[in-house]
Ligand binder design. Structure first.
Ligand SMILES: Nc1ncnc2c1ncn2[C@@H]1O[C@H](COP(=O)(O)OP(=O)(O)OP(=O)(O)O)[C@@H](O)[C@H]1O
Length: 664
């Protein structure tokens, strides 16, 4: 009661006559920030302020739609009046740039979402360094940060990354974009700011037009965006940030604006702190608060709102999801990675259970999957020249274009030949021929293998694994595990290919009951009941920076109000799987709660090779506090994520012998 009353008093700053002032509204997920924003807009309307002079910014398009929907539902159910408009910061910056280029008669560059591929090529070309998916992600984020934080060259030059001259890379990327008249989302914000600096008249126009600025989910803004807002505000402009710095902020160089920084930018800022969680069940709220803040005083009353279900393998885990879907038509299924939804979509489709899945076709666009499908086609049909051409270099056959041309002619002339007999009959150099001949017998035997054995065969015996390894893809990668799950489900390779073909045709726009989303699609959505499909370490290796991963999981968890289920599998594709460290944390948090006070006070045992398990909180004598992420007993290594979110691999025996580790 007391705190509610306090909050009301604090909120009153948002409802002063004429609604002026600068306010920093900070509140965790579900604390009512968006609700308060809408209430404030309604208040301004009642005060007679025209929405024309109000700029409402949100992070994503999905959020703007959600806000429009909420406004109509709460304040204008009959849709009688023109309501407030909501824009993303990117839309706003684009409009600023558009005006600027119109004034100068220049052409506005095109916005392109992602330059990752280009950056990867540049790194290979200039520094002869091949980065895997995660390393590339890290470098790309740093590049984005340089732009979003308006860094000057001398600051960029201080960034170090093994084998890469960072400033040179940054400058090359800039030159690449400029030559092609392209820009990224970070450029959009930085350029809009720079254009306003150069064009005071445009700045003044915007300043006198927008007298009220609201930013929902302000944790997503970049530093450049904040600087831009600074330019279009004066002493009389009201600017209100609604912010939760715990939540995952998007990929476009987010800047965590603290209250102190905001205060430094604007004198006389007021602060409103919202501390309730109106959305989630109290026990879920306890769990997510403890998950984000280890010092939170954890008080759990009922752990039944959160369930963990372990299956013997990944296929069985998806079957558990199917049972949940049958019994709970209102349940939403969430996955960390987009295409890990595919095996569930397959089961739902088989059972005729209506579902909606938004574009899991990335699975079919994935290079490795493309190759595996071609390899399977080739194994089933040794005359399939198209598939052979697509993969032959990747499995070390390395036949020249000329040789392929000759094989094609031989096949056309004699339809009793398959590719391998054509190669034997051809005039191709014997060294090249022999590379294929040594496999022919086995390839013919492989035609009779079941899908899983065939997958193993192409990966190991045909050495496709060597090819993907060089690109940083291992047998534990989600795409391989999903393919293997489907292979296990459809033992006949022909049937497997047929089914994958069918699934590739499933359209995105089905309007059905059960919904399947990956984490990136959760924006602007809330759920009563959710099942987390792929809670495995192998599926969560997305951000090298674990703090980001934690924030992302927190943002998703906090959108589930009543009940959640986590699915874990013990194995996949004959490999032992581990639950992701964060899911393990949640599990231990919920399950050990009963004994927690007594148990925790007892001194933990000394760490040993057998009790150092993923999720354990430890202290390292020199590196400080951290959490065990993985233990590689065979390699005598332990991977620990330290407080700064960076994972380090250490020699396990050295740590134990020198008593470097203790449990927390
Ligand atoms: N004062 C309140 N009393 C009761 N319910 C509230 C109150 N404020 C908000 N709610 C409800 O709580 C839920 C969460 O509110 P809201 O979406 O505004 O939170 P939020 O802080 O914006 O969350 P997020 O950061 O996750 O977007 C909504 O269902 C909303 O209707």
């Amino acid at each position: 009661m007391g705190s509610n009353h306090m909050e009301e008093n604090e909120q009153a700053v948002l409802f002063q006559k004429e609604g002026k002032g600068k306010v920093y509204v900070s509140g965790r997920s579900g604390s009512g920030k968006t609700t308060l924003l809408l209430k404030r807009l309604h208040f301004l309307k009642e005060e007679g302020i025209s929405f024309q002079h109000v700029l409402n910014l949100a992070a994503y398009k999905e959020d703007t739609r959600h806000l429009e929907h909420l406004w109509t539902a709460s304040y204008d159910p009959l849709e009688e009046e023109k309501g407030p408009t909501f824009k993303t910061i990117y839309q706003f910056c684009y409009q600023v740039l558009h005006r600027y280029h119109q004034l100068h008669g220049t052409t506005l560059p095109q916005v392109s979402r992602d330059f990752r591929l280009q950056v990867s090529k540049m790194i290979q070309e200039f520094f002869n360094v091949r980065l895997n998916h995660y390393e590339l992600d890290e470098v790309y984020r740093k590049l984005c940060e340089c732009k979003g934080s308006l860094m000057v060259n001398s600051e960029i030059a201080k960034i170090s990354y093994p084998g890469i001259d960072f400033l040179y890379l940054y400058q090359q990327l800039e030159a690449y974009k400029q030559q092609r008249s392209l820009m990224s989302y970070e450029d959009l914000m930085a350029q809009a700011y720079q254009c306003l600096l150069k064009e005071p008249a445009l700045c003044e126009q915007l300043r006198s037009h927008y007298r009220y600025i609201h930013v929902d989910d302000a944790q997503n803004l970049s530093f450049a965006a904040y600087m831009l807002l600074r330019l279009i505000t004066d002493d009389d402009t009201s600017i209100v940030l609604f912010i939760d710095n715990d939540q995952y902020a998007g990929a476009h160089a987010p800047y965590r604006m603290s209250y102190e920084d905001f205060q430094a930018a604007y004198p006389q800022v007021r602060k409103v702190v919202l501390s309730q969680n109106y959305r989630c069940d109290a026990n879920i709220d306890e769990m997510i608060q403890k998950f984000m803040h280890s010092d939170h005083d954890f008080q759990l009353k009922d752990d039944s709102v959160v369930r963990f279900i372990t299956a013997k393998d990944l296929d069985a885990s998806y079957r558990n999801a199917l049972v949940l879907a049958k019994n709970n038509p209102g349940m939403t299924f969430l996955s960390r990675e987009h295409f890990t939804l595919l095996p569930l979509a397959d089961l739902l489709d088989q059972e005729g259970i209506p579902f909606t899945v938004s574009d899991f076709h990335s699975f079919f666009r994935d290079d490795t999957i493309h190759d595996l499908i071609a390899l399977f086609h080739l194994m089933i049909d040794p005359k399939d020249l198209r598939s052979f051409v697509a993969v032959q270099k990747k499995i070390g056959f390395a036949l020249s274009e000329r040789a392929l041309g000759e094989i094609e002619r031989l096949l056309q002339r004699d339809d009793t030949l398959d590719i391998y007999s054509a190669i034997v009959n051809s005039s191709i150099r014997s060294s090249a021929k022999n590379r294929v001949i040594e496999h022919i017998e086995q390839i013919r035997i492989a035609q009779r293998l079941d899908s899983i054995k065939l997958l193993l065969y192409v990966l190991t015996k045909l050495h496709y694994e060597d090819y993907i390894k060089a690109k940083g893809v291992t047998m534990r990668n989600p795409n391989i595990l999903v393919f293997a799950t489907m292979a296990q489900r459809y033992p006949d390779p022909k049937e497997l290919l047929r089914r994958l073909g069918e699934l590739a045709e499933i359209k995105d726009d089905q309007r059905h009951a059960i919904t399947l989303y990956d984490f990136s699609q959760v924006k602007g959505k809330v759920f009563e009941e959710a099942c987390f499909l792929d809670c495995l370490d192998a599926f969560y290796q997305i951000f090298p920076d674990q703090e980001q991963e934690r924030r992302l999981l927190y943002s998703v968890l906090s959108k589930v109000s009543k009940r959640m289920v986590f699915l874990v599998a013990k194995s996949a594709f004959m490999q032992r799987m581990l639950p992701h460290a964060f899911i393990s944390d949640l599990y231990h948090l919920m399950k050990t709660n009963d004994e927690a006070p007594k148990h925790n006070e007892k001194k933990e045992k000394q760490p040993t090779r057998s009790n150092l398990r993923p999720g354990k909180r430890i202290v390292h004598k020199t590196l400080g506090v951290g959490r065990v992420r993985r233990v590689f007993l065979e390699d005598d290594e332990i991977e620990i994520v330290f407080a700064d979110g960076i994972a380090k691999r250490l020699k396990l025996s050295a740590c134990l012998e020198a008593s470097m580790l203790a449990f927390r």
